[in-house]
Design a protein around this ligand. Structure first.
Ligand SMILES: C[S@@+](CC[C@H](N)C(=O)[O-])C[C@H]1O[C@@H](n2cnc3c(N)ncnc32)[C@H](O)[C@@H]1O
Length: 246
């Protein structure tokens, strides 16, 4: 029997989930810092003088980093109260702002941001096409949109995540049956929305944005110790798309 999952923000608002997630994020060799971050930062390039919107900003580490690197403005949109609180702490004493809202319901201002980012949040969103239309609206002409999501080979099927022993292989199944999945994770259950790589790519184009780069999370031996590197060569964890508004 499948347990009904929490929405993204409600999931991170459970204190045990939040604490475990933050502990994992602080471990050395965690995939966010060793794999997601270098590829994401490479796609974004310089943030100097840019007005930045971050959808599902979490604890706003990227906000602080952007401000320290000369970003002109930083606004994070975040649905979880726990994360909003953490974000306020991170950005204390800076000009950075956190808005407590869902990505879906925020009223996006027209032609305001030079850069819109979203890191590992959009697989929690049901209607990504509507979200990308809002991104298009809020970007200035020439503005850039970069996002990372959990790789579709991982969101396709929950069976690997349901195995409690150490994983030997991954199950990829029901790939073209897109939609809601209830994933067991961090001692709870969260709703993710599975889409194919083609779906993400097409949704970006349909919103009027031009795709400039599509990346998967090929690991780099320079960021990882040997065992971790060999493990990360097996299956991609993340998908990235960078695009711009003409
Ligand atoms: C895996 S965390 C990533 C946080 C941050 N972007 C990072 O890379 O460190 C996903 C974040 O997206 C937020 N999120 C998920 N769905 C959301 C939604 N519909 N609206 C707003 N925030 C959402 C969650 O609350 C969580 O903070």
């Amino acid at each position: 029997m499948t347990t009904m999952g929490y929405s993204g923000p409600d999931f991170y608002d459970q204190s045990s989930v939040y604490d475990t997630y933050m502990q994992r994020r602080s471990k050395s060799q965690n995939p966010n810092d060793t794999i997601e971050k270098p590829i994401f930062m490479g796609l974004v390039g310089s943030v100097r003088n840019r007005a930045i919107l971050d959808l599902g900003c979490g604890n706003a580490d990227f906000g602080l980093e952007s401000i320290n690197q000369g970003g002109r403005r930083y606004v994070g949109v975040e649905g979880s109260k726990n994360m909003v609180k953490a974000g306020h702490t991170t950005l204390q004493g800076t000009q950075g702002e956190i808005i407590h809202s869902s990505i879906e319901d925020w009223d996006y201002p027209e032609e305001t941001f030079d850069l819109v980012v979203s890191r590992l949040a959009l697989h929690y969103i049901k209607d990504v096409e509507a979200c990308f239309q809002n991104v298009y609206k809020t970007l200035v002409p020439g503005g850039q949109f970069v996002f990372s999501v959990e790789h579709p080979v991982l969101t396709a099927c929950t069976r690997s995540a349901e195995i409690s022993t150490r994983r030997a292989d991954w199950i990829v199944d029901h790939y073209f049956e897109t939609g809601e999945r209830n994933f067991p994770w961090l001692g709870s259950t969260v709703i993710k929305y599975h889409r194919t790589i083609e779906d993400y790519f097409t949704a970006v184009q349909k919103a009027g944005l031009t795709v400039t780069s599509l990346r998967e999370s090929r690991p780099s031996p320079s960021n990882l110790d040997q065992d971790e590197y060999i493990c990360r060569l097996r299956i991609p964890l993340f998908l990235f798309i960078s695009s711009h508004k003409a």
